[in-house]
Design a protein around this ligand. Structure first.
Ligand code: UD1
Ligand code: PEP
Length: 418
């Protein structure tokens, strides 16, 4: 059942509930390693990335069990297996976020390097520089990074050359148990960083400034508060539904989201002539007017998110006129263009720029996902195309979307597994 088939051409209409955020859940699951007390996590999406992360922390000695559909109970262990094994780590890049917490709590860590992926090389130099700044000794051997600390990590001032999400998270988690104060300068400001900081503070950490350029962490001897925490909604899942609604000329109300997290996308959709209405925790996308071409440049938050760029490319492929996308975060994130071209799109890639000449319609074809968001883009393309689209490698899509077919079908789409 690794294929998703879509009969396109049906406008999405209705209401859909957005699940918890993949990227916040993954970081918070790694952060549970820092805790000495049990933790209950709510709004955790049952997606394959989360399942793999649960398997990894369980293999290290943590107990994790579902209390209900979206609620996960974690019981940490006083002893841990320091090694995050390659056969699991290779399935999930975010496993690199275990390095900071394991080192800080246990003084040793051995984490297989997840390596690059289809969107880019994805080095970890900024993670290493930050952790070394806190006093960790790091060596690389046979695909593993081994870390050790003599005594405890020491708070320090860390400047990131680039506001890397993962490096900010790894350093922030490690600094929670360091002696003294850590300042992360030029920190990433994504909502998932703020969520991780809020979680850490719930279990006893002292993190301030998350969501700004400078994060201040005062180290504490231990994180010992028995915590309950609800993860933020997934802004990328929400964004994918917004684009799908816009691209099919639909009218969709998205529930359980934080509209400000979607502002960079809402602004672009409005520029493309789509109406977007915000309320406290819902957002309505109403399309139907002729769409206008737009230009997008991906940037760190609050700029336009790289994780939404591919889905927008699918929509823009049927918008009359010329649109442009510049991808500034990952060096290889235009692979979906070739698949969209198989469906009739006219897209030219020049280095980090994609030029999209809108065509009157896409037609269904057999295509393949090459990463999570290219898969999401092909879903959007399949929904707006004439005829049937068969997307293989759906396993990529399952990494990040909970109950996707059911949610789309409840909005009037015709989507099934094969
Ligand atoms: C699990 C998770 O949260 N994944 C998100 C996270 O990935 P991730 O944390 O990997 O993204 P980063 O912000 O770290 O990476 C951004 C850029 O910086 C580069 N870089 C990063 C670290 C480093 O040490 N050296 C370096 O050169 C990367 O190769 C990339 O080109 O943020 C990305 C950018 O918003 C999102 O697309 C991913 O969905
Ligand atoms: C790039 C993504 O995730 P990851 O960092 O886990 O590969 C994504 O969610 O689009």
């Amino acid at each position: 059942m690794d294929k998703i088939v879509i009969t396109g051409g049906k406008p999405l209409r209705g209401r859909v509930k957005i699940s918890g955020a993949k990227n916040a859940s993954l970081a918070i699951l790694c952060a549970t390693i820092l805790s000495r007390e049990k933790i209950v996590l709510e709004n955790i999406p049952d997606i394959s990335d989360v399942r793999v992360m649960i398997e990894i922390i369980k293999s290290m000695g943590v107990t994790a069990s579902w209390e209900s559909a979206e609620t996960l109970k974690i019981v940490p262990s006083e002893r841990i297996n320091f090694e995050a094994p390659y056969h699991l780590v290779k399935k999930l890049r975010a496993s690199n976020l275990l390095l900071g917490p394991v080192l800080a709590r246990f003084g040793h860590a051995q984490v297989a390097l997840p390596g690059g992926c289809n969107i880019g090389v994805r080095p970890m130099d900024l993670h290493f520089k930050g952790l070394a700044g806190l006093g960790a000794e790091l060596t690389m051997e046979r695909g593993f990074v081994r870390g050790s600390v003599t005594g405890k990590l020491k708070g320090a001032r860390v400047y990131l050359d680039f506001p890397s999400v993962g490096a900010t998270e790894n350093i922030m988690m490690a600094a929670c148990l360091a002696e003294g104060q850590t300042l992360i300068e030029n920190a990433a400001k994504e909502p998932e960083i703020v969520d991780l900081a809020n979680f850490l503070n719930t279990i006893g950490a002292r993190v301030r400034g998350a969501g700004t350029d400078i994060i201040k962490i005062d180290g504490v001897p231990g994180l010992e508060i028995d915590g309950r925490y609800s993860v933020i909604p997934d802004r990328i899942e929400a964004g994918t539904f917004m684009v799908a609604a816009a691209a099919t000329g639909g009218d969709v109300i998205l529930e359980n989201l934080i509209p400000t997290h979607l502002e960079p996308l809402s602004a672009k959709l409005r520029e493309a002539n789509v109406d977007v209405y915000e309320e406290e925790d819902t957002l309505r996308v109403l399309a139907g007017k002729p769409l206008q071409p737009i230009d997008i440049k991906t940037m760190p938050y609050p700029g336009f998110p790289t994780d939404m760029q591919s889905q927008l490319m699918a929509m823009l492929s049927i918008v009359p006129g010329t649109s442009m996308i510049v991808e500034n975060i990952f060096e290889n994130r235009f692979m979906v263009a070739n698949e969209l071209k198989r469906m009739g799109a006219r897209i030219k890639i020049e280095g980090r720029m994609a030029v999209i000449e809108g065509v009157p319609a896409l037609h269904g074809a057999q295509v393949k996902a090459t990463d999570l968001r290219s898969g999401a883009a092909l879903i959007v393309a399949g929904l707006l195309a004439n005829g049937d689209t068969e997307i293989s490698n759906a396993v990529y899509i399952d990494r990040g979307y909970h109950n996707l077919e059911a949610k789309l079908n409840s909005l009037g789409a015709k989507v099934w597994r094969k």
